[in-house]
Write a protein that binds this ligand. Structure first.
Ligand code: NAI
Ligand code: MG
Length: 354
């Protein structure tokens, strides 16, 4: 088994280093190879996703990814921006299904901004379609408007698109995942306004007929945003498009206490996957040794479970994280009165020891 390790920028290098120490501590038999990605790759090779990095990722069984991006690249042409690297990896590896489990660890109930009774015991799974929707739809660009509210004015446009097979396959992923959980799927759309999402809703309903044991309901995205903070525990599996999923999964992250706790898996039709924390490169805290490495460590656990067929090792990592939290160690983002504040490295040390 081979893991491509792509730490990227900002806190990416700090948190991936800790995940690797945890993987090493398991003493399993796999090969790891590191490559540059994002701004780091742009600085060295003039491209955020160099051919060699893409080749390594394609040939690996799994990719462990940190984060990319920094404000200093904001002025670059879009194709050279660090964020294009993660979009390029998703597209080239066909990683259409993004799993973001939002679990509120009992020890962190107090770290969330929500009332304890709302989030205690929370365990929901957001499944975001990752290679379609308005993020990839063509055409896109800028032009002079020929119609609309201001004909003759400069305008910009993107295109929201989904094809039937794209919706069918993500729906199946959601129903299959729900079968292993509480057997409920909520499909989030905006069918009242957007044709793309009426189509989405129709297809999810059709696919749902193949899964009579799973309860399906539909919710508009604006209501879903509200229900996620009002009564998050009423969800089990939430499936949605690329853009709505981007937003709702960040919202769900805050239910868990911090975005520094939320892992993710992006899978294709085979068992190959890319595993990364849900957060970005956090330039505001990069280089300070204070970033929370747990989202990345928990992503490594998902990698062991989904791509490397090592479920026991995944369980070991997850229980180590729980016991470290139970011992009272906290990085700044999850710190609360009465707990011990530690840095990135000390948190990694504690997980390795556990
Ligand atoms: P961000 O997720 O990097 O940071 C948001 C806030 O959360 C910041 O205050 C940050 O300090 C904090 N934070 C994030 N991760 C943390 C951790 N592990 N421990 C403690 N605190 C943490 O999002 P932001 O600031 O919007 O974006 C920064 C850069 O990251 C941008 O260039 C953006 O494009 C990029 N980005 C990259 C992603 C990726 O590589 N997949 C995903 C999201 C953003
Ligand atoms: Mg996001």
């Amino acid at each position: 088994m081979k893991i491509a390790v792509l730490p990227g920028d900002g806190i990416g290098t700090e948190i991936v280093a800790e995940a690797i120490r945890v993987l090493d501590a398991l003493e399993l038999d796999f090969e790891m190879e590191t490559a540059l990605v994002g701004g780091a790759a742009y600085d060295a090779h003039g491209h955020p996703l160099p051919e060699a990095t893409l080749k390594l990722a394609k040939e690996a069984d799994a990719v462990l990814f940190g984060a990319v991006g920094d404000w200093k690249y904001d002025k670059l042409e879009r194709q050279f921006r660090p964020e294009q690297a993660i979009l390029g990896l998703r597209k080239n590896l066909g990683l259409f299904a993004n799993f973001r489990p939002a679990i509120c660890y009992e020890q962190l109930v107090g770290a969330s901004s929500l009332k304890p009774e709302l989030i205690s015991g929370l365990d929901i799974l957001i499944i975001r379609e990752l290679t379609g929707d308005i993020y990839f739809g063509q055409p896109r660009g800028r032009r002079t408007a020929v119609d609309g509210h201001f004909p003759g004015a400069e305008e910009a446009f993107d295109t929201m698109r989904y094809s039937r097979p794209e919706v069918e396959r993500i729906a199946r992923v959601a129903f299959e995942a729900a079968r292993k959980r509480s057997k409920r799927v909520t499909s989030v759309d905006k069918a009242n306004v957007l044709e793309t999402f009426q189509f989405w809703k129709d297809i999810v309903t059709e696919v749902g007929k193949e899964y009579p044991d799973v309860a399906l309901d539909h919710m508009y995205v604006d209501n879903a945003a509200m229900q996620l903070v009002k009564e998050p525990k009423k969800f089990d599996v939430v499936v949605t498009g690329n853009m709505f999923g981007d937003i709702l999964s960040d919202e769900a992250a805050m239910l868990t206490g911090s975005i520094g706790m939320l892992p993710s898996a992006s899978l294709n039709a085979s068992s190959q996957g890319l595993y990364e924390p849900s957060h970005g490169s956090a330039p505001d805290i990069a280089g300070k040794g204070v970033a929370n490495p747990l989202a990345t460590i928990l992503s490594a656990a998902m990698m062991l479970r989904f791509s490397l067929q090592q479920p026991e090792a995944a369980d070991r990592i997850e229980s180590a994280v729980k016991s470290v939290l139970a011992s009272g160690l906290r990085t700044g983002d999850i710190w609360s009165e009465g707990t011990k504040r530690v840095g990135t490295r000390e948190m990694g040390d504690a997980v390795v020891a556990a």
